[in-house]
Design a binder for this molecule. Sequence first.
Ligand SMILES: [Fe+2]
Length: 441
Amino acid sequence: MPSIDLNRLVEPDRVHRSVYTDPDIFALEMEHIFERVWVYCGHESQVPKVGDYFTMQIGRQPMVMVRDQDGTVRVLFNRCPHRGVELCGNQRGNTGRGFVCPYHAWSFHLDGRIRAIPLMKGYEGTRWSAENPDCSMRRAARVDSYRGFVFASLVADGPGLLEFLGDARVAFDDMCDRSPLGEVEAVPVCHRVIQHSNWKFFMENQLDALHPSVTHQSTGVPARRVEQRVKAEQGKAPLFFHYLSAFATSFDQWDSVQTVNFPNGHGVLKAYMGLRPTDPDTLEYEALMKQAYGEDKAEAYLSRSIHHVLVYPYLSVQSPLQQLRCMRPVAPNRTLSEIWHFRLKGAPEPIYRRSLWYFNLVNSPATMINADDLENWTRGQWGLEGSKAGDWVSFHRNYGGDTERRGVLYSNNGTSEVVMRNQFRAWKQYMSDALNAGAPA
Ligand SMILES: [Fe+2]
């Protein structure tokens, strides 16, 4: 294990650039954070039928989520124990009643147990046999789900899923509670984008209320102009204009939006967009919600103040618009992002169209919003890779000016960099646990 002094890398108000660039630190993050914590695999609705599968990375490990014969969702290592070949080569599909390796046709049950090895007699007298557990696909140590969202942890010890999520579980409650049936289903196609930057850039950006007025000004200001013109001409403008015009919010307004920063690096950016117009579609939907939950509960669900919920270290959930983005780090300077959206079960079609509009206008890589963020993160990575350009990344903004109650940090200014300070508090905790555990006695 490389010798790393975390106290010299992460200070309460600044961090050393190497945590974004150093391959040894990246390897430690994979081993001691991503390959230990509960990582989001996918939604149960992505694998509705027996044999349906979805492949993803957990840390550096190729994994597959699959629906077993008895209906259980399994998470297995996507690796044939014979020569190590990935069993499922596609991102998603149906593997029938078992997995068959394309290389030498070893086959496995949907729970990973070996089913058959062709020409088995060639193994007689060797120490390899079907009874050997190494002959089966390996399973994730723990699999659990919350409201249909499936997570796996590659270690048997550590906090359970609910403990890990803590108050960030509101991401999934808020998404599901907005359905009159209390459930969502994944739209099965996601955008996959390689970000040429460290995974932390994305995580920091999600609750960074200081950046939209600058980064997204070129989109927000013209969008607001068009929205106002449409309103003047037609009396009202469709809600999706607001998705972009909301980025024209001033610094002062952003400063009045609160971030709530939980233990484990999770956090919430409170709502800043008005998402409850009074058009007939919204009124029909709200009536369905009241029918399902009663007046008070429906109102509480519809008025929850959330813009993003962050599940550290890899997930950003925009629950009021049913958006979810998942980071899967590839290298210190490369991160695969999966961009998903969901359908509220039992809600009218126009309500789904709103999620689709947001998905395409804001979160898709083809939008002006996401493209501008991506450029910042790439240029950020390049800037930090220059070893003589300066060593520190500053998170001084409003340092000392936040309120802490029972381990939760509340910003008193929406643009406070408490978000990043809180994330590095969790990062340092995860990493120091790991480094201390690995240290000689
Ligand atoms: Fe942004």
